[in-house]
Design a binder for this molecule. Structure first.
Ligand SMILES: CC(=O)SCCNC(=O)CCNC(=O)[C@H](O)C(C)(C)COP(=O)(O)OP(=O)(O)OC[C@H]1O[C@@H](n2cnc3c(N)ncnc32)[C@H](O)[C@@H]1OP(=O)(O)O
Length: 170
């Protein structure tokens, strides 16, 4: 199975926050943003493995600032690491004011997708090749995040999480 570069998995989506997307304060509803992120992250995972993928977990979501009605929202997703059947996907969210053009990074999320066969069973995915400094940093840290996610899901014994443990001991 041929390894793929992280850059080959890039998926970008641009949205406008419309009234139906908002909460009672008139800002983007968090659940809507989660759905947008899930879809674009799945496109990135598809570009990596070209198989059916399912969301296994959402490992980290930070809502750092409210996103106002009528903002332009750009979501950028890229696979940060591939394991056996699972892929970690980073989603970076940027908000642009349509009038001033001011743009800032408002959110990030880290999703895990698993490639599955017709019966829903996990299948092997290609390796990922990180190239930029950021891609390499995210690639390295992905193993620790996978271990933490599996511990929290009750699927891994903490004593087996060697890379994660190294964070806490000299
Ligand atoms: C795009 C969408 O929105 S899809 C809809 C929402 N998602 C779903 O319906 C998925 C429902 N869940 C499932 O089908 C299954 O739980 C699966 C396919 C995700 C995993 O199946 P399991 O039988 O648990 O498989 P298994 O234990 O072998 O794990 C498979 C992989 O998932 C990873 N995994 C399982 N649970 C988690 C978790 N909570 N967090 C991170 N990774 C996980 C495992 O580490 C393994 O990765 P690896 O093969 O790269 O080492």
């Amino acid at each position: 199975m041929k390894a793929k570069k992280a850059s080959e998995t890039l998926a970008i989506s641009t949205k406008v926050v419309l009234p139906n997307d908002t909460n009672t304060l008139g800002n983007l509803f968090g659940g809507q943003l989660l759905a947008w992120m899930d879809v674009i992250a799945s496109v990135s995972a598809h570009r990596h493995c070209r198989r059916v993928v399912v969301t296994a977990s959402v490992n980290n979501v930070a809502f750092n600032a409210p996103i106002n009605h009528s903002s332009i929202v750009t979501l950028e997703a890229k696979v940060s690491r591939a394991f056996n059947s699972s892929m970690e996907v980073f989603v970076d969210v940027y908000v642009e004011n349509p009038v001033t053009g001011n743009k800032f990074r408002s959110n990030e999320a880290i999703y895990t997708f698993v490639a599955v066969d017709q019966n829903g069973g996990p299948i092997q995915v290609p390796e990922l090749i990180p190239e930029t400094q950021e891609e390499k940093e995210r690639y390295t840290a992905a193993l620790r995040r996978k271990q933490l996610a599996l511990i929290l899901a009750g699927k891994m014994n903490p004593k087996d999480a060697n890379e994660l443990k190294k964070l806490f001991v000299d």
